[in-house]
Design a protein around this ligand. Structure first.
Ligand code: FAD
Ligand code: UDP
Length: 390
């Protein structure tokens, strides 16, 4: 009998398996339908011996000392500050938009205070910032919005920025200085030997059993467990009883090139041309030395693995219906980007998982009272919930 069945061996599931199995001495079964651990952070050496990220570039950054130190138990870090250029008007210019971006695009030589005035003169001030269009137009005006954001967002989400929550483009700041880093968090680093090695260390404990190539629905009624932690898509958990939640997907096209360096920075964004959004060259991220180099193109699409929840009001409403069902579960916790339908970065997922772990610890006594585990089927709103066995 397992204390926990944890569905999904990504960061949410991995952290909770480690905390419950190794720290709290619980017996944990970690299940993933993929053939590897690590979830979307999974990396591997390709046939040319270059370390690549299977599900697109993953750059770790956080302001949380707790999260950084926690993951540091399982990996050494290689400091790495990501820099991105955008292909706009036939030039490669820094994104987030900064002083150099404006000076290069417009052939100017403005100072920081002059660029503030320049952007102020372009900005269309909005009364209320509701959408991803509002955020950018309000800050830098329509022209820069169209050069950097409109096309990229349409490609990435198949939605106009005016149809997406403000939170999406709010991820990208505007700067009046020359700081060309993509992130400004206090901790920015990549696991020295890769994410997969970090996960191997996290899960290396006799209390943690890992079952791959398995959808939890295939096994949940034949394996005994007391509680479940679910990190897959929440709508799938409830058999889409309220309809499908939109998740955006991507296709990754990898190439290895017979030269040491392909592009001048880790990622180049293509807001306007090409069907892909960006090209990333892995060796910048990993620091690997190799005579060849591997790159990945990201082609957004609707169908396929669910990668991004789509932040917009109607999806939030649909999610809240599922969340209501989830909140009534006694024996199932939901965590991670897919199960809580949040556009979270890795550090936010780790923080959420650590918080859930603390909550589980606090409620520990209640959690294991026999009354809480009726070995029977039960229904909410006419929907059959998974059998939890005591
Ligand atoms: P996941 O990693 O998706 O793990 C969920 C796991 O559950 C998956 O392995 C899945 O196979 C499994 N699963 C689902 N359903 C079932 C089922 N029915 N049965 C069994 N298993 C199931 N974050 C950053 O901080 N920095 C970045 O640079 C960054 N870049 C990104 C780039 C891309 C292209 C994408 C898509 C995301 C990026 N992220 C980045 C976000 C990051 O990937 C996530 O925050 C994090 O990996 C989410 O972890 P998770 O455990 O919630 O989900
Ligand atoms: N974005 C954009 N142009 C860019 C970079 C980002 O329009 O050059 C918008 C786009 O909507 C994107 C969002 O900002 O989806 C968030 O960008 P981020 O780089 O954080 O996306 P992620 O790495 O999560 O795919």
């Amino acid at each position: 009998m397992f204390d926990y069945m944890i569905v999904g061996a990504g960061l949410a599931g991995g952290v909770l398996a480690e905390r419950l199995g190794s720290e709290s001495g619980k017996k944990v079964l970690l299940v993933d339908k993929r053939n590897h651990i690590g979830g979307n952070t999974y990396d591997y050496y390709n046939k040319d011996g270059i370390l690549v990220h299977k599900y697109g570039p993953h750059i770790f950054h956080t302001n949380s000392k707790e999260v950084f130190e926690y993951l540091g138990n399982f990996t050494q870090w290689r400091p790495y500050e990501h820099r991105v250029l955008a292909s706009v008007d036939g030039m490669l210019v820094p994104i987030p938009i900064n002083l150099n971006t404006i000076n290069k695009l417009y052939g100017l030589n403005l100072s920081s205070s002059e660029v503030d005035a320049f952007l102020e003169s372009k900005a269309e001030k909005k009364q209320r910032i509701l959408t991803s269009e509002d955020v950018v137009v309000n800050k830098v005006g329509r022209e820069l919005y169209e050069k950097f954001f409109k096309g990229y967002t349409k490609k990435q989400w198949n939605l106009d920025p005016s149809e997406l929550d403000a939170s999406v483009t709010s991820r990208i700041p505007t700067r009046n200085n020359r700081d060309d880093r993509y992130f400004t968090d206090s901790y920015q680093a990549i696991p020295m030997y890769g994410y997969t090695r970090m996960f191997e260390k996290m899960l290396d404990h006799p209390n943690i059993k890992v079952m791959l190539n398995t959808d939890y629905k295939e096994i949940q009624s034949s394996i005994s467990f007391k509680k479940m932690i679910y990190t897959g898509p929440i709508d799938y958990f409830y058999d889409y009883c309220y309809g499908k939640l939109p998740y955006r997907s991507l296709e990754f096209k990898f190439e290895t090139i017979e030269q040491e360096v392909y592009q001048s920075t880790g990622t180049v964004n293509y807001p306007n041309e090409h069907p892909y959004t960006r090209i990333t060259e892995f060796k910048y991220l990993t620091g690997q030395k190799h005579p060849k180099t591997s790159i990945v193109y990201e082609y957004p699409k609707d169908e396929g693995d669910p990668y991004y929840p789509v932040p917009r009001p109607e999806n939030g409403e649909l999610y809240r219906k599922y969340q209501l069902l989830a909140s009534r579960e006694k024996n199932v916790h939901f965590a991670g980007r897919l199960a809580t339908y949040k556009y979270y970065n890795m550090d936010q997922v780790v923080a959420q998982a650590l918080t859930l772990y603390k909550k589980i610890l606090t409620n520990g006594k209640k959690e294991f009272s026999a009354r809480d585990f009726p070995a029977k089927e039960y229904h909410i709103n006419g929907h059959k919930l998974p059998i939890i066995q005591s």
